[in-house]
Design a protein around this ligand. Structure first.
Ligand code: FES
Length: 355
């Protein structure tokens, strides 16, 4: 892992449309991303439109039980084909009613029989790659992507080693949010906790941020914290007594957040993605064990919502500063900001640009 400090990437990268175009081409159109969960399907013969941007994806489970993913863009004139989740054996585009099977093949195109040049066998939905990890569904717009299991690396083993059995969890709620900042500023804020004592008074009563452990392995950048004594004594915003004695926060490149607090079995997982050079959208799916105490869940969500609001204010202010055009670069501290350095290495490599 990087241990020496270094200049940041140029701050122009946080607002330059040309950089975002490059990121779309070299990162977002060819990366695995969390697309939702198996509970969004309703058995064989169903599908759901993934809310994960910026490439629209539809996940299907065909009548034979095969899980597939397609780019959710109509091959006619580009409309979004699927919306929401449905139990249905075909997907019909709302624009001119082209109808696709759950295997992506075009089944019907009104009035196409009047066009002798039209070849329906070449007009199916574009396939994407799909994979699962426990109840989580992942997709990659690149149909020839390396399998998910290989790209996940040791993340599943690390999560389990820290006490979380993802198969014991049930989906609780999805919380979408938007941030007026470049996606990289939001990610980099996630990758260090030296801002925590100053800005997250609730969080630092739950985790002992002075005892942070950092790891960067493969596509994961991880932070581990023991529970804070205050919360173990029942005096923090959540009671940290439970089967999980530590917190684990993983960023899985490029943007998947995987958050586990100490206490009872819990997880929030979700991606963020750029909606413009200076804005991004995101969501978190919250998961808890069946029968988890409702008050404990409520306390955790109140805390996490407060942390999210505090972070939004921080990164939006950083966006305004980096967009001023008056300072070319900042500084990534060695040690405490090592994971940001690793992320910026990843960026430079994927974009084939010197950082
Ligand atoms: Fe989908 Fe025309 S854009 S049917």
């Amino acid at each position: 892992m990087t241990s020496l400090g270094r200049p940041t990437v140029p701050w122009s990268w946080y607002s330059d449309p040309a950089i975002l175009s490059l990121e779309m081409e070299r990162i977002f159109r060819r990366s695995w991303q969390y697309a939702g969960h198996l509970g969004e399907l309703q058995g064989p013969g169903s599908y759901f439109a993934s809310e994960t941007g910026p490439v629209p994806i539809v996940i299907t489970l065909d009548p034979d039980g095969e899980l597939r993913a397609f780019v959710n863009v109509c091959r006619h004139r580009g409309a979004i084909v699927a919306t929401d989740a449905h139990r249905r054996r075909t997907i019909q585009c709302p624009y001119h009613a082209w109808t696709y099977g759950l295997d992506g093949r075009l089944r019907a195109a009104p009035r196409a029989d009047q066009d002798p040049a039209f070849d329906p066998s070449r007009m199916g939905l574009m396939p994407a790659s799909v994979g699962t990890w426990g109840p989580f569904v992942f997709a990659n717009p690149d149909a020839d992507a390396e399998p998910l299991s290989e790209v996940l690396g040791d993340l599943p083993a690390v999560v389990a080693a820290h006490g979380l059995d993802i198969d014991s969890l049930s989906f609780y709620r999805r919380v979408p949010y938007k941030v007026n900042a470049n996606w990289k500023i939001a990610v980099e804020n996630y990758l260090e906790c030296i801002h925590c004592p100053v800005n997250h008074p609730g969080l630092v009563e739950v985790i002992d941020e002075r005892k942070i452990e950092l790891q960067a392995v493969g596509l994961r950048a991880s932070q581990f914290f023991p529970a804070h004594p205050r919360s173990l004594e029942g005096r923090g915003p959540i009671d940290a007594h439970g089967e999980l004695r530590s917190a684990q926060f993983h960023l899985w490149y490029p943007t998947l957040k995987f958050n586990v607090f100490p206490g009872h079995a819990n997880l929030s997982i979700g991606p963020l993605w750029p909606t413009s050079p200076v804005a991004c959208a995101a969501y978190l799916d919250y998961w808890f064990a069946d029968g988890a105490d409702q008050r404990w869940i409520d306390d955790l969500i109140v805390l996490d919502t407060q942390i999210g609001a505090e972070d939004t204010a921080l990164v939006e202010a950083a966006q305004r500063g980096t967009s001023s055009g008056m300072v070319e670069r900042g500084w990534v501290l060695g040690g405490s900001e090592t994971l940001i350095g690793c992320f910026q290495d990843y960026l430079g490599e994927r974009l084939s640009l010197d950082t």
